[in-house]
Design a protein around this ligand. Structure first.
Ligand code: GLP
Length: 243
């Protein structure tokens, strides 16, 4: 399977969130009942801030949308500040005037995470738009190095850098060793995928993901197979890409 060349949109850092939110508003006006995958992390936070503002000013509506959570730590208590479901709720879902039609989270608190992952694999079918972040090690969701394009939604062991991010950057109260992520197989089936990349610290990995041959050491590189992939980068993240 080969994709077409990704559409690369490079924006000044100050305009990044408003531009991505404006394009999201455009998609939603055409398909108000979109099924949409959303990530958490530092990258999408300013976008969610802008989406909340746009929703309050009637420039965007999420009332018909189903939000499907991209990934989650396994082993963190439900009220942990790093929990992805909690962040999505506090940064976006709970702040909307009209809540989404559904918010599908990953049931990591039940007794059987493998079964929860299989259920989430079903939830991750029929996706209209998948918004994705890029891990510093080339992961997407929790598809860590070693993941492949045929992987379903599943329970995964986390890379050390992801575990460090949970504790150092997101303030997790414990060090999680595992996660559940929507797999690349489902992400490649989405009608459209957007890779969101900001900041100088992502410049080297973005270049490796977009320019070097695809490979399992940088699972995000498999997104290039997607026929409708847009990379929304700010100027800092795009600094090492060829002109
Ligand atoms: C995390 C998440 C990803 C996220 C990525 C980048 O570990 N599992 O879904 O997109 O790392 O995070 P950030 O946007 O904070 O750089």
């Amino acid at each position: 399977m080969t994709g077409s060349t990704p559409r690369l949109v490079v924006l000044p850092a100050a305009d990044w969130a408003t531009a991505v939110a404006a394009e999201l508003a455009e998609r939603l006006s055409g398909r108000p009942d979109l099924r949409i995958v959303l990530p958490t992390g530092d990258t999408p936070s300013p976008l969610y801030e802008e989406v909340v503002r746009a929703e309050r000013e009637d420039r965007l509506a999420l009332g018909g949308v189903t939000i499907v959570q991209l990934d989650e730590w396994v082993g963190l208590p439900p009220d942990d500040p790093a929990r992805c479901d909690r962040r999505l709720r506090t940064e976006l879902v709970a702040r909307l005037r009209t809540p989404p039609a559904a918010f599908v989270t990953i049931d990591v608190d039940g007794p059987d995470p493998d079964a929860a992952a299989r259920r989430h694999d079903d939830a991750a079918r029929g996706i209209g738009l998948a918004l994705l972040g890029l891990g510093p090690n080339g992961h997407v969701g929790f598809n860590e190095p070693g993941s492949g394009p045929d992987d379903p939604t599943r329970l995964v062991r986390l890379a050390v850098s992801s575990r460090d991010a949970a504790t150092a950057r997101y303030g997790a109260t414990r060090v999680p060793t595992a996660g559940i992520t929507i797999g690349l197989a489902r992400l490649l089936e989405a009608d459209e995928a957007w890779l969101l990349v900001t900041g100088e610290r992502k410049a080297a990995i973005l270049r490796r993901v977009l320019v070097e041959p695809e490979g399992p050491d940088r699972p995000a590189s498999y997104l290039r197979r997607h026929p409708r992939l847009t990379v929304f980068a700010d100027a800092e993240a795009a600094a090492l890409l060829p002109r």
